[in-house]
Design a protein around this ligand. Sequence first.
Ligand SMILES: Cc1cc2nc3c(=O)[nH]c(=O)nc-3n(C[C@H](O)[C@H](O)[C@H](O)COP(=O)(O)O)c2cc1C
Length: 224
Amino acid sequence: MKILVLNGSPRKDSDTMILTSAFLEGLKDNDIEIINIIEKDIKPCVGCFSCLKRDEIKCAIDDYQNEILDKIIDSDVIIYSFPLYFYSVPSHLKASWDRLLPLTKWELIKTGDRYDHVLKCDLSKKKFIIISGCGLPDFEDNFKALKIMCKNTFYYPICIFARETPILHNPNANPITAPFINKFREAGIEFSKTLDLKEETIEELEKPMLCSDIYMEIVNKIHG
Ligand SMILES: Cc1cc2nc3c(=O)[nH]c(=O)nc-3n(C[C@H](O)[C@H](O)[C@H](O)COP(=O)(O)O)c2cc1C
């Protein structure tokens, strides 16, 4: 199985990649490629719409995004790993998401109550996984916009929204973070066997490591 990991954290020691790397341990017998989006030349979409007119899956801007499109087409599993930035995606990754438009045609289609552009290729057999970390204590709306965005962009991907990820780099928090990281390792094994994750598994991965008020107290003690 070909697994493409698109890392959207701009940081060398990404909190989110700690979890994604643990998830990948469960998939280590596969062909895994990790790309750090921040290191690549991916310009913003200019809205020319020329990609919708041509049959080829190619953007008119000839930079690294065309390689990403080729790699997505060539992969069985695509994992996006990135931090939550202002309830959304970091801007360099958003540039890459906007430029997924060459995967589609002008033509529209209605499926259920949803209207969308017709795809140029069959993505239905591919598995898209979103792993996103965040720094604020848990609250309902923090990941709400991202959840809708991911669902509409990647047609119901597996989403794992992890809370309180900055503490993953705190060695004092090891008794709490080590079992949490291990849950991602086990989830990777589950995915390798079933190509899916049970709802209960995702629920476990999305549970905050610490109660929100204690997390806030710790953050304020360190940085306040
Ligand atoms: C510009 C910026 C915006 C952020 N916005 C949010 C946010 O909306 N909600 C949140 O909980 N954390 C937010 N964070 C915190 C990061 O999501 C958090 O620190 C995360 O662990 C970083 O992960 P990484 O090391 O993988 O990049 C933001 C951080 C930055 C730098």
